[in-house]
Design a protein around this ligand. Structure first.
Ligand SMILES: [Mg+2]
Length: 165
């Protein structure tokens, strides 16, 4: 179980987490609302930081940018470019590795892969934050559309584009 507690700073509730190694991290809550903070705290205590929700992560990234005065650089165009660059960095790890050996490569370069996955998620969530897009809602909608484009009876076991089904 992760050590976490609620703290109050400048009239707002924050969740303070003690990370392995003794480092502490303070996560602001979206609204400063105590009930919301308590709900997130319970999730973190029960399930660990790995199950921190996307909103909490989004808020943590927002604070990270704010503390460094980087909000001025975070426009949609540059965030989309940064996201694309991080995806390329993930691809670079497997570049020139034969397709059937790419899973093995991921195993060998696990830490580097995790870093790129982290970069990708951070930029995606930051993009969603500055544009007001709810990533869960967007993904749910897209899955619904894809289910219509790719009905199981037509697309099962093949990789053809929906225009060629
Ligand atoms: Mg990177």
């Amino acid at each position: 179980m992760i050590m976490a507690s609620l703290v109050k700073k400048r009239q707002k509730d924050y969740i303070r987490i003690r990370l392995p190694g003794g480092k502490e991290k303070t996560i602001p809550t979206q609204t400063g609302d105590r009930r919301e903070a308590e709900r997130r705290l319970r999730i973190i205590q029960d399930e660990g930081i790995k199950n921190m929700d996307l909103q909490t992560l989004t808020t943590t990234i927002r604070e990270f940018a704010k503390e460094r005065d980087w909000e001025q650089f975070h426009n949609p165009k540059d965030l989309a470019a940064a996201l694309s660059i991080e995806v390329s960095e993930l691809q670079e790890i497997m570049l020139w590795t034969p397709s059937d050996l790419s899973a093995k490569k991921i195993e060998e370069r696990r830490e580097a892969v995790e870093h790129e996955v982290g970069d990708i998620l951070v930029y995606l969530l930051r993009f969603c934050d500055v544009t007001g897009i709810d990533p869960i809602e967007a993904a749910t909608q897209k899955l619904k559309l894809n289910a219509e484009k790719y009905p199981v009876h037509k697309s099962k076991g093949n990789s053809r584009k929906y225009t060629e089904l």
